[in-house]
Design a protein around this ligand. Structure first.
Ligand code: ZN
Length: 248
């Protein structure tokens, strides 16, 4: 079986400046996320960032990507519409997309959802418990009945998303809120997963269960066969119909 080719896109803005985020993720958050994925023998992850030409997401890179992971926060509007559209098109053809944490507001995720993806939030380092909704699902294999994150950012309902195809996790927070923290959708031939943990000032991407979910997400989201030209919209002329259409 060929390795899953993952690309981890990180906006790499806050995590390149000296401070608490860089202390936790000295090489950038995307590098830590990719390192977690690369622990798996069946996954080959590389990185792309905002500051690279074409944000690191050239036609060739996307052509060679089975699953795109997306972490962005303060620079969603710096991502060009052209690149967001390119990633969306690839997702419709069958590239998997895993939107992480504040990636719920990214251009590519919102394009694929068709809603504004807003939510409630609070940043006080409180406990988060993610309950597994379907223990048989590919994404939760190897987990127990829930994941405990000792310190997390609260993301709460209402979450302005279209109804998920599958609910993978529901979270409870110390402050009492709940949140649909793991959801899947199908778009065209593509599989989309949103996973909410991953606030930048906390070392969440080093937690074993979180790394496991991301590996499983790559395995789930990889589509074996692509639908090339998923955005084509050809007219079928009368002379090309399979059956003769009777005319009076
Ligand atoms: Zn956050």
């Amino acid at each position: 079986m060929k390795k899953i080719r993952a690309t981890v896109w990180g906006e790499n803005v806050q995590d390149r400046e000296p401070g608490v985020i860089k202390d936790i993720y000295p090489e950038g958050m995307h590098t830590a996320i990719a390192a977690g994925l690369n622990e798996a023998e069946d996954i080959e992850a590389r990185c792309a960032t905002l500051h690279q030409p074409e944000h690191g997401l050239t036609e060739k890179v996307l052509e060679e990507t089975d699953v795109l992971f997306w972490w962005g926060h303060v620079a969603h509007d710096k991502v060009s519409d052209e690149i967001a559209e390119r990633a969306q098109k690839r997702a419709l053809e069958g590239m998997g997309l895993v939107a992480l944490h504040s990636g719920h507001m990214s251009k590519v995720f919102r394009r694929l959802m068709g809603t504004n993806c807003s939510l409630r939030w609070r940043e006080v380092d409180e406990r988060q418990r993610l309950w597994v909704c379907n223990p048989g699902h590919r994404i939760v294999q190897g987990l127990g009945e829930c994941i405990e994150i000792p310190k997390s950012e609260m993301y709460g309902e209402p979450f302005m998303i279209p109804p998920p195809h599958e609910q993978i996790f529901i979270s409870w927070f110390e402050g009492g809120e709940v949140f649909r923290s793991g959801c899947t959708w199908l778009r065209g031939n593509g599989k989309i997963f949103y996973f909410s943990p991953g606030h930048e000032t906390l070392p969440i991407y080093y937690q074993e269960e979180i790394k496991l979910v991301l590996k499983n997400a790559a395995r789930w989201a990889r589509q074996e066969h692509l639908w090339k030209g998923a955005d084509h919209c050809p007219q079928i002329p009368l002379e090309k119909t399979r059956e003769k259409i009777g005319r009076k």
